[in-house]
Design a protein around this ligand. Structure first.
Ligand SMILES: NC(=O)C1=CN([C@@H]2O[C@H](COP(=O)(O)OP(=O)(O)OC[C@H]3O[C@@H](n4cnc5c(N)ncnc54)[C@H](O)[C@@H]3O)[C@@H](O)[C@H]2O)[C@@H](O)CC1
Ligand SMILES: [K+]
Length: 461
């Protein structure tokens, strides 16, 4: 996993104060890393339009123009002139070299957006907005310097932002690049070293971006095993029985030795999945909430009181009966609407889904601070997994999963790993990654996935 930061100003400052580096050195590396990216990917003579703003994001762009000049057909556009001290220094260098300037957006093969970076501190004015809109209309390969212009330091897009194919971000990964609403704008994210290796530049953090290597699948290494070695999951099925059945099938496909659906009514189940009316004596994990509807309250209370690893989903986030369980080690898998209900239930906040989506990290932190024993998995385009003071980002999410049933598969996967004795955090991380990576592997039309396809892909990981 990689470290992620709310801001990197303090990390830049460490380079100046403790390592005797200068702003000029850092900026030269910032510009060089974008130049290297272009040189690796594009032939000589390709046309490059660099749009540079008034501050140091613009200064990065002006330095980039100098580095590419002559090898590429470079044009510099400075709609607001150069205002920061570094921008003025870079401008002088570019002018002495003879880099060509343009007075408006010209068509080109590559556009590099260096309008605003981490310094975007107010709404875009009309001119900036119209520049960003025009850049978005251009057919070109689009590179954002540090962060797409229009995305603020929290990752929010209050008007419009530059649609990048790739964002080359300076020094370290930032939280802003992983808010759901920024996902369509940032494209691929690459980190540029700023004169020292990233491991030196970076400090401690409480936020991490998950890699594929963080997915620890339940491969079986022991030869002397039997079905009881891989746990017995009980999925509580409510009035919408299908949800529980989908979760049960996913759990079985992910390695749980025995899976039973708990229901008072008879359910049509595949032969390998059992049905019981009450919790099994040898139950090693419970999945509850999916499709639950109005289940008998006392019965739910009794199930939640069991000291058995549990994943809670869906309808239960609206029910007071859940509150005591939040003091325990339990995995919660809400989508944003359910999380808003849970925040209200817990007296943490009474907010809209829109407000939550603009402040996902903040509310995950708040919740996990109040309930440090729980593992919270907040679904989204970039799923956030919070435990005590740490947040893990799963950025593999894809719109392929935006379907009824996908969430039931996910809770089935988490429950499957809980039954197989993973701890709650590891279960949530591996299940979430497996769910998203499997969806990315799905090769049919991206609108066509059904839960069975997803389970099939998970079985192939
Ligand atoms: N040590 C450093 O400071 C380094 C900075 N770097 C670059 O510098 C950037 C940060 O530079 P700055 O702090 O100068 O900030 P920016 O260049 O991102 O933006 C600040 C400028 O934009 C104007 N502005 C802000 N919001 C606006 C709006 N909504 N409409 C119109 N104008 C607006 C401000 O008045 C100011 O002139 C980073 O994103 C990165 O690209 C890199 O070169 C690495 C080193
Ligand atoms: K930018």
């Amino acid at each position: 996993m990689e470290k992620v930061f709310y801001e990197v100003n303090s990390l830049d400052k460490k380079c100046y104060d403790k390592l005797a580096l200068t702003e000029d050195i850092l900026m030269e590396h910032a510009a060089s890393s974008i130049a290297d990216f272009i040189e690796d990917k594009f032939e000589e003579k390709v046309s490059v339009l660099i749009v540079a703003g008034p501050g140091n994001n613009g200064a990065d762009g002006i330095a980039l123009a100098r580095l590419l000049y002559k090898k590429y057909d470079v044009k510099l556009y400075l709609p607001f002139g150069a205002k920061s001290q570094m921008a003025r220094i870079q401008l002088q260098r570019a002018e002495l070299l003879g880099v060509p300037f343009v007075q408006s957006i010209t068509s080109s093969d590559i556009i590099v957006d260096c309008l605003f970076g981490s310094g975007l501190n107010k709404d875009l004015d009309e001119t900036s907005l119209s520049i960003i809109n025009s850049l978005n209309e251009q057919k070109a390969y689009k590179i954002a310097c540090d962060i797409p212009s229009g995305v603020n330091i929290k990752g929010q897009i209050n008007q419009e932002a530059f649609f990048a194919d790739v964002t080359v971000t300076m020094g370290a990964l930032k939280v802003a690049l992983f808010l759901d609403e920024a996902k369509d704008y940032v494209g691929k994210v690459k980190v540029a070293n700023l004169g020292v290796q990233r491991t030196i530049y970076e400090e401690e953090t409480n936020i991490y971006l998950l890699d594929k290597e963080d997915m620890k699948l339940p491969f079986r290494s022991k030869k002397n095993a039997h079905k009881g070695s891989f746990g017995h999951l009980n999925v509580i099925a409510g009035c919408k029985k299908g949800a529980g059945v989908i979760a049960a099938k996913a759990a079985f496909g992910f390695g749980t030795g025995l899976v039973s659906v708990v229901s008072h009514e008879d359910i049509d189940l595949p032969y390998h999945i059992m049905q019981t009316h009450f919790l099994s004596d040898n139950c090693t994990a419970i999945a509850i909430g999916m499709g639950l509807g109005k289940y008998e309250k006392d019965e739910i209370k009794k199930i939640l009181e069991e000291d058995i690893p549990t994943v809670v989903d869906a309808d239960l986030f609206y029910e007071e009966v859940l509150l005591d369980k939040l003091q325990k080690d339990v995995v919660l898998t809400p989508h944003p609407k359910e999380f808003v209900a849970l925040l209200k239930l817990c007296d943490i906040a009474n907010i809209s889904v829109k407000h939550l989506q603009k402040n996902r990290f903040e509310y995950v932190e708040k919740f996990c601070k109040k309930y440090p024993n729980t593992v919270l998995l907040l679904k989204g385009a970039n799923t956030l997994i919070g435990k005590a003071d740490k947040i893990y980002i799963n950025s593999f999410g894809t719109a392929i999963l935006s379907k009824g049933g996908s969430g039931d598969v996910l809770s089935g996967l988490v429950a499957s790993l809980l039954a197989q004795e993973y701890n709650s955090l590891d279960a949530a991380i591996t299940a979430s990654l497996a769910h998203a990576i499997a969806a990315n592997n799905y090769k049919k039309a991206n609108y066509s996935l059904i839960p069975a396809d997803l389970v099939e892909e998970i079985r192939r990981l």
